[in-house]
Design a protein around this ligand. Structure first.
Ligand code: UN1
Length: 492
């Protein structure tokens, strides 16, 4: 019997939405059946349709933002920025398709013409996260559709209502039902979608643990395209700066936006000794002033709850576990109501901790490390298996040059937050953060495969070398009906 997925509003604990889990085999058959027609539509037509989708989203921007705020708990002001990002993704993806995967004629030493063009893979499965339940999957869906793939989108089981709304906007734009589908489900549906032999590609955004499991599942299937956008244990390094308040604001934005539920959130604040005693009190003072509250509260909060009670439990336990390993609480994590997942921003000094666990703690928990100098700061920042984002705050242009050169990450900023990465740039990381298939501007690359062709209007060939002499009798026959080819030297 099919199970039900029930979505709970984190801020109230009330049920928001429920639906039976979808049928994977049925969805794949439908996507497969829709592929030949969609894949052979002209690019112009597909682009026209995704632009119509952007218009549909624009028309329903406010109810969409409200649903995102309700289902994720993020403040309404932030949910509105997510809807804007969904709309903005369309033009960025149109441009990216043309610039990265368009068609071009190649200069060729061969006779005839040579061309580079791209083809869609076929049926793509998109597995979405809950922190940006519309924008991040949309960043795979739109490029996949433009390239000519059909798509089955399985939203996170924590944010299925937003997934369903998003897909309805594609259908309202008259993109056929089989071309983009929303498959409601949990890990079991995700697993069978990934493994289904008729699924040609898997585009995943989520935790490293889940991404590694998918990678393992596809080990015998190297032909399936797999894009993994995973997490980070992102460092923010602070050097001397006269602008301490600004530095503190950058720390807060990096660590606590979306209640710390960004893959690019700063998890580790690495501060040189000379500014530590000035910066940390400023960060602490600002963190204490952050309003944590209901997504619809007026005035608006800075951050809402984390996604659910299990996540809140895990984060509270992690804070205590870090303390038991020698972490010193600078600002303890609090949970004002045990029945709801609201958490206050927290800071913990991890300098004296014996072994700092290199894991992604997906919430408002920032670990601080005090270092004597820039050398140690860089070594500390690189002491991770992840490599998504990193920022340097303060210092000189020369310091940033060095930081950029020595830090191992896919996003390296100066005097800017670790998060809020531009959709117009490639978005991905190294190590446990991804598998070298960055999304956003580079999503076009994994949504189509290149095909190189050379062509001439008639068959024209002859053997220039390596033929045995003909027997005399054969030669006579040959002379009666001479072939219409002229001997040519092979090209040098
Ligand atoms: C973030 O930096 O918090 O379009 C996420 C994209 C990126 C996502 C950024 N702009 O995929």
């Amino acid at each position: 019997m099919a199970e039900e997925i029930v979505s709970i509003e984190p801020a109230t604990g009330k049920e928001l939405w429920r639906r039976q889990t979808g049928d994977v085999a049925e969805a794949v058959a439908k996507a497969r059946a829709a592929f030949p027609k969609w894949g052979s539509e002209s690019h112009t037509r597909r682009i026209e349709l995704v632009r119509r989708f952007a218009n549909q989203v624009r028309k329903q921007a406010e109810p969409f933002a409200e649903l995102i705020a309700r289902e994720t708990g993020k403040p309404l002001w932030e949910a509105r920025t997510e809807v804007e990002a969904v709309i903005g993704k369309v033009e960025i993806s149109v441009r990216a398709y043309q610039e990265r995967t368009g068609a071009k004629k190649l200069d060729s030493a061969l006779q005839g013409s040579a061309a580079l063009r791209h083809k869609p893979h076929g049926v793509m499965a998109v597995l979405g996260p809950y922190n940006f339940p519309a924008h991040l999957p949309n960043g795979h869906i739109v490029p996949a559709l433009i390239a000519g793939n059909t798509v089955i989108f399985k939203p996170s089981e924590k944010t299925p209502a937003v997934g369903d709304f998003l897909v309805k906007c594609f259908h309202a734009a008259k993109i056929p039902d089989g071309v983009i589908q929303c498959l409601v489900g949990g890990p079991a549906e995700g697993k069978s979608l990934v493994e289904h032999p008729e699924v040609d590609g898997v585009l995943f955004t989520g935790s490293a643990r889940a991404g590694i499991a998918i990678n393992r599942r596809l080990a015998d299937n190297p032909g399936k395209i797999l894009a993994l956008e995973m997490g980070g244990n992102n460092p923010l390094v602070v050097l001397d700066t006269p602008k301490v308040e600004d530095a503190a604001a950058l720390v807060i934005q990096s660590a606590f936006t979306t209640a710390g539920q960004r893959c690019t959130a700063a998890r580790r604040l690495i501060v040189v000794d000379s500014i530590f005693d000035t910066l940390i009190p400023a960060v602490k003072a600002l963190a204490e002033r952050l309003i944590v509250g209901d997504p619809f509260a007026d005035p608006q909060p800075f951050m809402g709850p984390v996604i659910d009670n299990d996540t809140a439990d895990l984060l509270m336990e992690s804070f205590v576990a870090l303390m038991s390993r020698g972490g010193v609480p600078l600002l303890p994590m609090r949970r004002p109501d045990d029945a709801l997942p609201f958490l206050t921003p927290s800071l913990l000094d991890a300098t004296e901790m014996a072994e700092r666990p290199d894991i992604e703690l997906f919430g408002p928990l920032l670990q601080v490390v005090r270092v004597p100098d820039f050398d140690t700061a860089i070594a500390e920042a690189n002491a991770t298996r992840y490599g998504l984002s990193a920022s340097l705050v303060g210092g000189t242009p020369k310091d940033y040059d060095r930081f950029w050169a020595e830090i191992r990450a896919g996003i390296i900023n100066w005097n800017r937050p670790t998060n809020g990465a531009s959709s117009a740039a490639p978005f991905g990381g190294i190590g446990l953060s991804g598998n070298h298939r960055p999304a956003a501007y580079y999503a076009a690359d994994y949504c189509a495969y290149p095909v190189a062709s050379t062509s001439v209007d008639q068959p024209r060939a002859s053997m220039g070398v390596g033929l045995a002499e003909m027997e005399a009798e054969d030669a006579k026959l040959w002379l009666k009906t001479p072939p219409k080819v002229t001997a040519r030297q092979p090209p040098s």
